[in-house]
Design a protein around this ligand. Structure first.
Ligand SMILES: Nc1nc2c(ncn2[C@@H]2O[C@H](COP(=O)(O)OP(=O)(O)OP(=O)(O)O)[C@@H](O)[C@H]2O)c(=O)[nH]1
Ligand SMILES: Nc1nc2c(ncn2[C@@H]2O[C@H](COP(=O)(O)OP(=O)(O)OP(=O)(O)O)[C@@H](O)[C@H]2O)c(=O)[nH]1
Ligand SMILES: [Mg+2]
Ligand SMILES: [Mg+2]
Lengths: 273, 290
């Protein structure tokens, strides 16, 4: 799109295919092409037209983690199975620790084999305390205890890892709703962040995930993981434009420092590279 | 649903005898949208639509079917043709070594336990090898699952040498008189050269009877690249399609098939060790079409 000259229909077809292949989805791609055409007619270059059309889909909301509002912010990490929640909790906890905070982790996956153990191993690796219970322990009760522990021991941030759950399972969505209500009742306020972790390789199903999780929990942000893979993660454009929930962080590797703030411009650039 | 969309597109055609190219084009547009929204790769969609178009143009509209139904039938038949028949796991060698590979989080470790439970039920003694030495508590995870289903396992945390662990694990399986040895590996990107070389070396040294790609049903367009990457570099004998209990349409499956030609062996339909089913092509077609 940086080339000289006026774009012809072949150009639009090529861009359409590039955007489809990036998982923007049929409807969003049509929307982008239409917006870009208008911008081209008004004199923008192809590069400007497409960049603006894409950036225009993204949420205008702030992309920093909301940590300032209270003395002990609670960050709740949710999402479907295998997307990278546990790993991301570790990454964020270490980031907060490196920025001078005293985070506490609640190993809220008491369901999956070694779910809690995995979070505990991470806690040891990064030097952050973890509240853990034996498998089968009620996750809502664990969260209740973790909030107590945070308050009694002077931690100033609480990160809650939860079990992977399909948005299609009503019982599991009820459970996470209950966990959130416990946080609200115990803290007297909503979690500072309710973050849906989304795998960059996910296709259009990410929209269903966001819809159901947002409905149940009122999400404050998204975290896009596995951006280091070959997938472009273009589902972000539909996610943000449909639900107005901003991607705050991106995971770009399995190492604990592979976490970055989401940069819309860089993300749009990467689409075309 | 697709059928009602096609009904609208073809409302005017119920009296005519033959589907004309223009009529077919309208229907194909709806089908293209349905397939793209189902996560089928756009190139696969292009190719697929072309094949359907060839079959649809000039066909008589059967007296008993509306044009929409006829086009859908052609699409279904074509998709069934692409998806192929379910294939079993080959257990003709003794022991049969099955190597599970795939992206991070696809469901390999869970699939290893599911396969072991299934073989145990069928009277084929299974044995598990925990060869993911990288992910925190991965060995613990498979050990716990092995305990849950009461299956033998080789699990060590004393080393980071993956090839060595695989070889020792297979040896332990043999000593255990196991008929099927299932090797769980660490998730990896097909674009990660050193981790893909690790798999190439394992395959070379151990010659698994089956190398199965464990792939997530929620995957989007990139599934094509992942499948091609694994197939080209190490060769895939079959696919286990996981998390089919989500409401993902699963179009990645069509892409996987058209690009690699590898048979679909199983689908994962939940988190428990019982949640493994045989691949059912008809059900998958309905799901992809929406
Ligand atoms: N390449 C890559 N892998 C990642 C990233 N984030 C997580 N992973 C890997 O993805 C796999 C799953 O990560 P987990 O943290 O266990 O995911 P989860 O959402 O907690 O999984 P469940 O609790 O089972 O639902 C692990 O192998 C991680 O190392 C990332 O940004 N890039
Ligand atoms: N709902 C559902 N969840 C599944 C299915 N298969 C696996 N899972 C879940 O998906 C998550 C990831 O599964 P794992 O078996 O840890 O995936 P993996 O491929 O071994 O992950 P890595 O070793 O990190 O690459 C876990 O929460 C599993 O319980 C399935 O068919 N349906
Ligand atoms: Mg987890
Ligand atoms: Mg695993």
């Amino acid at each position: 799109i940086k080339g000289p000259g006026l774009p012809d229909e072949t150009f639009f077809q090529e861009v359409e295919e590039l955007l489809l292949e990036a998982d923007l989805g049929f409807r969003t791609v049509a929307q982008v092409i239409e917006t870009a055409r208008q911008k081209l007619r008004s004199g923008q270059t192809p590069e400007e037209a497409f960049h603006h059309a894409l950036l225009g889909l993204l949420s205008p909301s702030g992309r920093y983690l909301n940590l300032k509002g209270e003395d002990r912010p609670v960050l709740l990490f949710v999402g479907v199975n295998g997307v990278g929640k546990t790993t991301t909790v570790a990454k964020v906890a270490l980031r907060l620790k490196e920025e001078g905070m005293r985070p506490l982790i609640a190993a809220g996956d008491t369901f999956r084999a070694a779910g809690s153990a995995q979070m505990q191993v991470w806690g040891t690796k990064i030097g952050v305390d973890v509240v853990a219970k034996p498998p089968g322990h009620d996750p809502a009760a664990l969260v209740y205890e973790a909030i107590d522990s945070a308050d009694q021991n002077g931690y100033n941030a609480l990160l809650i890892d939860t079990a992977g759950r399909m948005h299609t399972k009503k019982g599991l969505m009820d459970e996470i709703g209950k966990i959130k209500r416990i946080i609200e009742k115990k803290s007297g306020t909503k979690p500072a962040e309710t973050l849906l972790v989304v795998d960059a390789t996910t296709g259009q199903n990410a929209l269903r995930q966001a819809e159901i999780f947002h409905d149940a929990l009122e999400l404050t942000g998204l975290i896009l993981t596995k951006v280091d893979g070959s997938s472009k993660g273009g589902i972000v454009f539909s996610l943000e434009s449909l639900y107005n929930v901003p991607v705050k962080l991106i995971g770009m590797g399995e190492g604990v420092h592979h976490l970055e703030m989401f940069d819309p411009r860089k993300f749009v650039e990467a689409l075309f590279s | 649903a697709l059928s009602s969309k096609l009904d609208v597109a073809f409302k005017k055609l119920s009296r005519r005898g033959v589907l004309r190219p223009a009529d077919v084009k309208n229907g194909l547009r709806e089908i293209r949208i349905a397939l793209l929204e189902a996560d089928v790769h756009y190139k696969v969609v292009k190719d697929f639509i072309r094949r359907v178009e060839e079959k649809a143009v000039g066909e008589d509209v059967l007296k008993s079917l509306t044009p929409a139904q006829q086009i859908i039938k052609i699409v279904r038949d074509e998709m069934l043709d692409v998806l192929g028949a379910p294939a079993p796991v080959n257990s003709d060698t003794s022991p049969t070594v099955i190597l599970l590979v795939g992206l991070q989080g696809a469901g390999k470790t869970t699939a290893a336990a599911k396969l072991a439970k299934k073989f145990k039920k069928e009277g084929l003694k299974p044995f598990l090898v925990a060869a993911d030495l990288q992910r925190p508590a991965a060995v613990d995870q498979l050990e716990q699952l092995a305990r849950d289903i009461d299956v033998g396992i080789y699990a060590t945390k004393e080393t980071k040498n993956v090839l060595n662990t695989v070889q020792k694990g297979i040896e332990a399986g043999r000593k255990n008189f196991a008929k099927i040895i299932i090797v769980d590996t660490a998730g990896r990107l097909q674009i990660d050269r050193s981790l893909m070389e690790e798999l190439v070396l394992i395959k070379k040294k151990v010659s698994p009877r089956e190398t199965l790609l464990v792939a997530d049903a929620m995957a989007g367009q990139d599934a094509v690249n992942v499948a091609a990457g694994f197939h080209d570099q190490i060769g895939i004998d079959g696919v286990i399609f996981t998390k089919v209990d989500s409401d993902a349409r699963g179009g990645a499956l069509l892409s996987l098939r058209m690009v690699t030609g590898t048979p679909i062996k199983f689908v994962g339909v939940g988190e428990k060790s019982d949640d493994l089913e045989a691949f059912q092509p008809e059900r998958m077609v309905s799901r992809i079409l929406g």
